[in-house]
Write a protein that binds this ligand. Structure first.
Ligand code: 26M
Length: 789
């Protein structure tokens, strides 16, 4: 039953796997086979699996070179990959074989080996995890698709919770134990320039010289498709000083300055900025963006040149997707390459550039839209600023031609926001440099068209603005993290798992079994086992026992005011006060709940951190109260990550997505109103909190009085709700409580609950990232599968 075509050059027999593991123990990690601990065993297995990936990787890349199809490149500053071993083994169809081999070598508990791998947390949240799902789907769908990103030495920070309940950040030096999943390519490197001078020659060209040069070196991460030999590439750039040290300073005897220059080069790829849906205007961040973009474009153009085709055909071989505005500097950079380096006339260069790029928008929140001060830009990238001003000039001329004498429109649409200083609007630059712009859910794409990009829709026409609804990979998020459910689905649908795993619409077949009590029972049992697995993890890591027959109510996502974890925790306090007011007999009828929170706050986001502190202190009081034992438990699971998600999500009964309508890009819930109308009514807070929601007023009073530790700590948070209440927590509080009551009622009807659960899964087909990536391939990139046999 084990699928074996994942290997060709390397044998698949169990004995050869054992041999290969022992070989890596003795050579790669240089230890005695009888003297190996768990970590060593994990690494030896990882290197053995990597051998397989690299065979497939080489064959795939050779095939792509030979067939020379059009390729697509996904430029993302974030790839939130998580662990690799389990995923690679499942995609290769070799998990059972490796499990047996490990057992032979004395490692009974394979899952424990798998869990000794550290997460690659090279991303913040949704946007970074989306990129990881998309490259999995690209390989699975056999598309010639590469990812380009940065090899951060420190990934997303490690979140600890201090005794007072606050978030404390610690570094994540994930590369300290060599990373078996990357291949260092010192031969693939490019110099990237910063600062210096740009001198115009003629009316479109310039020479950019001087400044600082930093070396970009490639590290390749093989991305295996699921049950195919196609293995794609994720190329991550690391920064190295051009020379080991600055020779001029060294000769002058200034050792310190010489070493400093190498420090400043290496600082480029030191750390991932831990901000999510919030723009920070740090120079180092802009340097990261240009460093990664310039190296990627140099690599892409070098590959194109090897084809021997003229640059007029560049867009017939290359599609580049901009994951948010983070790589938007690619637009003027490609123009610089074409015009300054390849001598292509400006107008022709611009035509090709626009055909190459596509831009995905991930947010309409004003504070998240990227804007860079012109003086900073001028200093760091003088030639790119010239190009942006030149592009803006002809763009505004075209706008002026279409709408003569409309000064307001020109001001609104300019790539440059006027003022002191001026700012560059990166989203607008991405729009004019792309042939297609998309949002990530129907509602979000509609908001993009009608709000932030309205003028551009009027200018270009509506066909330039589309939608690609986000998706997730069913390999990691179903087969890998929920093996019980995966087996049940395969057993129910018949055939082998690849049938539905690679065509998720097949899950609809579950609906014809929905009334079968035996199937319902098995479905409920899987959920119970997942809850037990998660409860065991919580008991081991947090020392808290969970009631696995309780409803598991989960909210896991980055901490942000618009996501309204506040509404959730205030609702929990209300529930707690309500239960406290009941007598023993009434309490026995309450539907027991475990409320789970998880997620990181940006280190500089004061209000988000205050909410974490409140959640933890509410949890402390409730979990210590004997009246609530087994009825209500509240937990903030520290250091939420891809790996924690893999345990937690399969154990959940409900997941809370309770942001204000229109703020969460990919939230498609049936929300009834557009936020702007309601917010306008509350601009002057015409009514007191007591009038808006008496129930919430009581909850806030209890917090202020110190029920969950010193109430004064929470005053700034309580004030955001009493006055202003930008995210409408008080407007929605009562209806939120109503919705939670409906959940309690629904959960009591076990049969109808399990049917809801089955229906939800059965209708998930559309949300496979395979569907999403094929949508990009067909409608945005014009690329086709190239299958490796
Ligand atoms: C920007 C500038 C400086 C530093 C960091 C940033 C930055 C980093 C990440 C800005 C935004 C970042 O991510 C935003 C994000 O994750 N957006 C989410 O994207 C998901 C995938 O499309 C959507 O599902 C979510 O709704 C959206 O919030």
């Amino acid at each position: 039953s084990v699928w074996k075509s994942g290997l060709r050059a390397v044998e698949t027999e169990e004995t050869s796997i054992t041999k290969s593991i022992v070989h890596h123990v003795q050579t790669t990690i240089a230890r005695q086979a009888y003297n190996i601990d768990e970590e060593g065993a994990y690494r030896a297995i990882a290197y053995s699996v990597r051998d397989n990936l690299i065979v497939n990787w080489n064959d795939t890349q050779m095939l792509y070179t030979r067939k020379a199809p059009k390729r697509a490149y996904y430029l993302s500053l974030e790839f939130l990959m998580g662990r690799t071993l389990d995923n690679a083994l499942l995609n290769l169809g070799l998990k059972e074989d490796y499990q047996k081999a490990a057992r032979k070598l004395g490692f009974e508990d394979f899952e424990e080996l798998v869990e000794s791998e550290r997460d690659a947390a090279l991303g913040n949240g949704g946007l970074g995890r989306l990129a990881a799902c998309y490259i999995d789907s690209g390989a699975t769908c056999e598309l010639p698709l590469w990812g380009y990103g940065l090899r951060y030495h420190y990934g997303m920070f490690w979140q600890q919770i201090s005794t007072d309940g606050s978030q404390v950040e610690a570094p994540d030096p994930w590369l300290n134990h060599a990373n078996p999943w990357e291949v260092h390519r010192p031969d693939v490197s490019y110099l990237v320039r910063f600062y210096g001078h740009a001198e115009r020659i003629g009316d479109s060209k310039a020479i950019w010289s001087g400044g600082q040069e930093v070396m970009a070196v490639a590290y390749d991460v093989p991305i295996p498709g699921s049950y195919t030999r196609n293995t794609n590439n994720l190329r991550l750039w690391d920064a190295k000083p051009k020379r080991g040290f600055d020779l001029n300073s060294f000769n002058a005897g200034d050792y310190e300055k010489a070493v400093e220059s190498s420090n400043s080069a290496e600082a480029l790829t030191r750390v991932l900025y831990p901000n999510d849906n919030h723009m920070v205007g740090k120079e180092l961040r802009l340097k990261q963006q240009y460093f990664w973009t310039a190296a990627s474009l140099a690599d892409i153009t070098r590959r194109f040149k090897q084809l021997g085709e003229p640059f007029s055909k560049f867009h017939e071989y290359v599609a580049i997707q901009l994951n948010d505005t983070h790589p938007t500097i690619a637009v003027p950079e490609l123009m610089r390459i074409f015009v300054d380096e390849e001598d292509i006339p400006w107008d022709q260069a611009w035509e090709i550039t626009q055909k190459v790029f596509g831009y995905t928008n991930h947010t309409v929140l004003p504070e998240a839209l990227e804007k860079w001060p012109v003086p900073l830009f001028q200093h760091l990238l003088p030639r790119h600023l010239q190009i942006i001003f030149d592009l803006n000039h002809s763009f505004l001329q075209a706008v002026e031609k279409k709408w003569p004498n409309d000064r307001d429109r020109l001001t609104r649409m300019s790539l440059i926001q006027e003022g002191f200083p001026q700012y560059i609007r990166m989203a607008y630059l991405a729009v004019i440099g792309s042939h297609k712009v998309n949002g990530v859910a129907e509602l979000h794409s509609e908001l993009v068209r009608t709000t932030i990009m309205k003028d551009f829709v009027d200018f270009y026409g509506p066909s330039k603005f589309g939608n690609v609804t986000n998706g997730i990979t069913p390999r990691r998020w179903l087969d890998q993290c929920n093996p019980g459910l995966s087996s049940l689905i395969t057993e129910t649908l018949g055939g082998d798992k690849t049938k539905w795993l690679k065509d998720l619409s097949k899950l609809e077949g579950l609906l014809s079994h929905i009334d079968d009590p035996a199937f319902q029972k098995k479905w409920a049992d899987v959920k119970l086992q997942n809850k037990q697995r998660f409860a065991q993890f919580i008991e081991q890591t947090m020392g808290v026992k969970l009631n696995t027959s309780a409803l598991f109510d989960v909210q896991v996502k980055r901490l942000h005011e618009y996501k309204r974890q506040s509404l959730n925790i205030l609702g929990v306090i209300h529930r707690y006060l309500t239960i406290k007011s009941l007598n023993a007999e009434e309490r026995a009828k309450v539907v027991p709940r475990v409320v789970l929170f998880g997620g990181k706050a940006a280190p500089g986001y004061y209000m988000a951190k205050l909410v974490i502190r409140l959640i933890n202190n509410v949890a402390k009081v409730i979990n210590a109260d004997p009246d609530l034992q087994g009825i209500l438990t509240v937990l903030f699971v520290p250091d939420y990550s891809v790996s924690v998600a893999e345990l937690l999500i399969p154990a959940s009964d409900i997941s809370e997505h309770i942001s204000t309508a229109g703020t969460e890009a990919s939230g498609t819930s049936n929300m009834k109103f557009c936020f702007e109308d309601l917010r306008y009514n509350h601009q002057y807070h015409p009514t007191s909190l007591e009038e808006r929601s008496p129930a919430l007023a009581v909850v806030c009073k209890v917090i202020a009085e110190g029920r969950f530790g010193d109430g004064s700590i929470y005053e700034p948070f309580l004030n955001t709700i009493r006055t202003g209440d930008y995210y409408l927590v008080s407007d929605d509080f009562d209806s939120y409580l109503e919705a939670q009551k409906m959940v309690d009622t629904a959960y009591q009807d076990k049969v109808s609950w399990v049917k809801k659960s089955i229906t939800t899964t059965a209708k998930m087909g559309k949300f496979s990232s395979d569907r999403a990536i094929m949508n990009y391939a067909e409608e945005y990139w014009n690329i086709e599968p190239v299958k490796l046999n």
